[in-house]
Design a protein around this ligand. Structure first.
Ligand code: KIV
Length: 267
């Protein structure tokens, strides 16, 4: 049965931890659905993992819709969430409504995610009132990379921690069904998790969050360069891809592929 936003709140009330993974394409979504991952996020991190940009800022709504539709088609059992990218909701509530609506109508995701507090709190209220579920995202929010001066842990000062806690409470009151907490001290992750009735989903926010999310390339060992402190690699698929490609190349050059079992007969 497809995961719903009601399941997430129920799991929190039962103390049952759960997972979310990012997905950006049909094939990966199928495997993650087979693995019973209950929540898939089509993150704007696809700007880096799929499109090769240095950050998420160049990602457009059209990019997101194309990838989100593929994930929805591959994962009939997961709750699929579309990440509203930079400038999709920054100028007005009207943009937020129109772009969130596109996600549900064109890609058929069940919910959207927005980064930050501030005006996002009011946008959340409006979207929720129109039947569009919203996931919040606080802490090291990647579209604020220029404001933060790099990818730095957030919420370390008392004042910054209070701001994140208060934003989380205000977003819950406005109707978000879950909050992603990224790149904050574990102690703050625990405080926010205890203060909310809705689940917190942590990435670099410690073990006390109700759920954990990671980027699928990190989990599968497909990130060739720097691996962040909060990541655990559960496979080394990058090495496997390189070895397979090298072997194919070698076999063709040696005449070891194709062999008769790969050939079609004339009749
Ligand atoms: O875009 C993304 O992948 C995200 C997750 C890291 C939470 O926002």
């Amino acid at each position: 049965m497809t995961t719903s936003i009601r399941d997430l709140r129920k799991w929190k009330s039962e103390g049952k931890k759960f997972t979310m993974l990012t997905a950006y394409d049909y094939t990966t979504a199928r495997w993650l659905d087979r693995a019973s991952i209950p929540v898939l996020l089509v993150g704007d991190s696809l700007g880096m993992t799929m499109l090769g940009y240095p950050d998420t800022l160049s990602v457009t709504m059209d990019d997101m819709i194309r990838h989100a539709g593929a994930v929805v088609r591959g994962a009939p059992n997961a709750l699929v969430i579309g990440d509203l990218p930079f400038m999709a909701y920054h100028a007005s509530a009207e943009d937020a409504i129109r772009n969130a609506g596109r996600f549900l109508q064109e890609a058929r995701v069940q919910a959207v995610k927005m980064e930050g507090g501030g005006r996002v709190i009011e946008y959340t209220r409006q979207l929720a009132a129109m039947g569009i579920p919203v996931m919040a995202h606080l802490g090291l929010t990647p579209t604020f990379v220029n404001q933060f001066g790099g990818y730095r842990v957030q919420g370390r000062s008392d004042e910054a921690a209070e701001q994140i806690l208060n934003d989380a409470k205000a977003l819950e009151e406005a109707g978000v069904f879950a909050v992603v907490l990224e790149g904050i001290p574990s102690t703050l992750g625990e405080r926010v998790t205890k203060a909310l009735a809705i689940p917190t989903i942590g990435i670099g926010a410690g073990p006390h969050c109700d759920a954990q999310v990671l980027v699928i390339q990190d989990v599968l060992g497909l990130t060739p360069d720097h691996v962040a402190k909060f990541v655990r690699q559960y496979a080394k698929l990058g090495d496997a891809i390189e070895a397979a490609a090298r072997q194919f190349d070698q076999d063709v050059r040696d005449g070891a592929f194709p062999t008769p079992e790969h050939e079609y007969s004339a009749r």
